[in-house]
Design a protein around this ligand. Sequence first.
Ligand code: ZN
Length: 657
Amino acid sequence: MIKKTENTTINKTATSGEKTPAQRAAGRPATRRYVKRGDAPVEKKTVTSTAHPTGRPHHSNSRKPDPRKTIKRGTRSRKGPTSKTTYETDILKTIPPLASGDIRIVPVCGVEWITTNMTFVEYKDEIIVIDAGLGFSNPSTPGIDYTIPNTAYLKANQHKIKALVITHGHLDHVGAIPFVINDLGNPPIYTREFGALFIKKKLEEFPHLNNVNIQTVDDKAGYIKLSENFKVRFFGLTHSIPDSSGVIIQTPLGGIVSTGDVRVENHDGVVDKAEVEQYSHFKDENVLLMTMDSTGIEKPGWTISESIVVENVDKIIKNAKDGRLFIAAFSSQVERLMSFMESAKKYGKYIALEGRSMKSNLGIAEFLELTDFSHVIPIEKIGDYPQNKIVVLLTGSQGEEFAALNRMSKGTHKNIKLQDSDTVLLSASVVPGNNYDVAQLKNRLYSGSYNIITYNDDVVHASGHGTRAELKWIHTQVPYKFFMPIHGEPYMIRMHAKMAAQELGILKENIAVPDNGSIIEIRENGTKLVKLKEKIPAEPRIVEGQKVKDKQEVVFRDRKALAEDGIFIIVVALDPKTGRVKKSPDIISRGFIYLRDNQHILQDVRGMVTDITEKTAKAQKQLDFDKIKQNINEGVGKFLKRSTHKSPIVISVVLGL
Ligand SMILES: [Zn+2]
């Protein structure tokens, strides 16, 4: 299943014995999660091992290469950009060069909608990129697979890029790596262990990317030198996936902090001790600029403690005595899923995993021995065990079309038919934009007589993104000079900036409010924050299949028109000798209006097309078929709009017969 890519290197820079607050909350033993590290009996499971869930061998620590040497051996091209559009080339020409001694920080993407995160820091002739995430189709990009950040500026400055630093292994922070790593000149990727394995697994789908250099870093490693002017330090924080981190990019003028995605574990607003410890090192840091997740800024107060979610679901697992329990959750919330597995173990139940991303993410957790997997059974075997001993963790909480829960709700799942005695738990909230799909899913689930539990019934979900009070608390833990909110919709970015100014007393001139591609500079020896009027090219690229394309507005306009108003095709047979239409034009339409009930419109269109064709032909000395088609399309388009209030795509075909 997995192809071997021998040249991919993963190196460890340090190891850790620390655990996250979510784990503490879940009551895991303090040393359990990372007990394997530095511990001889389980050493075979570290990244230096040849045993891997994917069957791919790892390289050993003894072969740790100098990152810069690896770059020289790798595919880094020092040639300039080759495929930029003229539009982008023109923008690049307008960008003033960075003055020596100033720092440039640019959120390439991730501040105009949630996901597709990428920011970079530039100083002298060096650049460090932070995160390379993807996004999914939205109403402005119908039919695409992903959006990815625009790398035109970075590609043009490829020779300066020294590293790609990853905060955590969620797709909206690492998913674009296979599509952009060559544009960045294949720099070494610095990430913590879970992220390293997640990236490596993703890269297996791209066998041509066989020399990506991944450096696994620990949050206790302190500062790691990236280049002449840059160092990086990873620090542990709480989110929803193992090894979630913030990073400090140290420059000669001070640190640039990116929190990545972040929340704060608390109980009714009292912050857990472990959280305070996680930020305690900042008292010794000189932070010039802090950038922070803004996703949860709109919600007031504190998030519900993840430990309450875990406790509540623990009870549900314990009390599911009549039948099977199906838990649909985000596969990205790996720490929560591991807690559910532990509860099942505690009550002598078996776990089955269903859904590709569920199996893949927990596969990494199994490889890292983050929790016990001894009670996991294949989904095909659940019929062999007592029903009340079965807990299935599955994908599909958002009503995704092909996800496991959706297929179960439709009765089309190969292995699972829901029964009256079953319980279905949705341990997830509804992501904005998915309301319709989730409602349809619930309609189907509630039409059965099994027991349904959602986040409206009990506390079975908490966000991985800190709400207002949590973000505010983080602000108070990091003494910084300048602030730039990132990760969010434009209104979230602005709410966050406003909170910093009004509630935390940060001077307005010390806050940058960016758009995608905004060029923020720290000048005058680190004392002045400036937002340039120029922007780097920031229109996201799109991915369809494995192909990266520029976003073509016309394509999306057509897709929307096809979806909303359909298509209207006219075929005309023209006698080139006489300039007369030979027979009544043929009309084909799809998704427009019900033609059988609108015969008069068809009659009118046929007459109109004949008229336009013959008049245009008569006026021409030599027949110009393109001009005839253009006149038909315009005339018919206007007529249909007038008579039906719809604007289908009109296509005409004129045949000279
Ligand atoms: Zn995340």
